[in-house]
Write a protein that binds this ligand. Structure first.
Ligand code: UT7
Length: 314
């Protein structure tokens, strides 16, 4: 597997920490020092479908491909307006692709899981180009009165096109069922045979999620580097899920690595769920920060509790 194009799209509305402190008992200092977030983009006038379509078109342009060249489309998503059809089907129609599509929900780890699924499909030899789009609007499920969760998330979409190649050096996925620390339940209708199932707002035990994230990410990074037989000095960048700058710093300190090997954009976008790593890669790609042969260690973690990492050559 090899990455041949990237694209992303963000909502136009910038919501700063100061804007949040107008209706929440919080302040910039607390949010910035505890999370590293200064602002986030939140959907207002645009839709998640529009952002996803823009991200996909930019990735196609970057790969110099048409939608008709795409053989398979994978959408990583937790929240969007449609329960059915899958967001991938809506996007497929809007970009005028004709390929089969699937949606995948592995929460904030979704990008790594999508890469793993894409790799499996590419290895069958039946498909050549796969479009992965990670799109989420967690702003639509957070409780905007809850200062411990609403400050964390941002909306956005990021896409990537992968094709056949030998750039994926190793991949490790891990899921340990732990629903309580991070979950959200939508309201379901009553039926003649069952009562209405109540809605549960986004529930998060920040400290538990924090600890699970650090532990899982370190284990996954060690596993993929061992499997790929890669030493730390060979790694160009560690691209971590942008959930909290302190989580990333703890992992960096554990590895004893330099700050410049851990690029971040969480200060601008907050936690954009599974879009966060491909969004970072798209920025680095467009800024010319990635050179052929660079070794990238990617690591993501999220609700489930799920996590995954891989070593990939650029
Ligand atoms: O993709 C995975 C998604 N989730 C995560 O990555 C979350 C991981 N966890 C975290 O990032 C951190 O646990 C948080 C940023 C959510 C919280 O940081 P913390 O250092 O664990 O803070 P805390 O929950 O222990 O709260 C400390 C204090 C509490 O007040 P008291 O009880 O000490 O009086 C909170 O009520 O800070 C208070 N607090 C706030 N104060 C100002 C919580 N949220 C805020 C806020 N502004 N926004």
């Amino acid at each position: 597997m090899k990455i041949i194009g990237t694209g992303s799209a963000l909502p136009s509305l910038v919501v700063t920490n100061d804007m949040l402190s107008e209706f929440l008992d919080t302040n910039h200092e607390w949010i910035y020092t505890r999370t590293g977030i200064s602002q986030r983009r939140i959907i207002s006038d645009e839709s998640l479908v529009e952002l996803s379509v823009s991200a996909c078109k930019r990735a196609l342009e970057d790969a110099n491909l048409d939608a008709g060249d795409i053989d398979f489309l994978i959408c990583s998503n937790v929240v969007n307006h449609y329960v059915t059809p899958g967001l991938s089907c809506v996007i497929q129609g809007d970009i005028e692709a004709k390929c089969p599509c699937i949606d995948l929900n592995s929460a904030c780890s979704g990008f790594i899981y999508a890469l793993s699924v894409a790799n499996a499909f590419l290895n069958t030899g039946n498909v050549k180009n796969i479009l992965i789009v990670c799109a989420d609007e967690l702003s639509k499920i957070v409780d905007w009165n809850a200062r411990d969760t609403s400050i964390l998330f941002g909306d956005g979409a990021a896409a990537m096109i992968v094709t056949r190649g030998n750039n994926l050096k190793s991949m490790h996925l891990s899921t340990t069922s732990a629903v309580e620390p991070l979950h959200y339940q939508r309201e379901l209708e009553s039926t003649p045979y069952s009562k209405k199932e109540a809605f549960t707002p986004l529930v998060m035990n920040g400290k538990d999620v924090y600890k699970m994230a650090v532990t899982a990410s370190i284990q996954d990074i060690n596993a993929v580097m061992h499997e790929a037989n890669v030493s730390q000095k060979e790694v160009s960048f560690y691209l971590l899920h942008q959930a909290n700058v302190r989580i990333m710093e703890t992992i960096r300190e554990y590895l004893g690595e330099k700050e410049e090997k851990f690029p971040k954009n969480i200060h601008k976008y907050g936690n954009t769920s599974s879009a966060s790593i491909p969004l970072l890669i798209d920025e680095m790609n467009k800024n010319g920060q990635l050179k052929d042969g660079d070794l990238l260690v990617m690591s993501a973690f999220g609700a489930g509790f799920s996590s995954g990492a891989c070593v990939m050559e650029w």
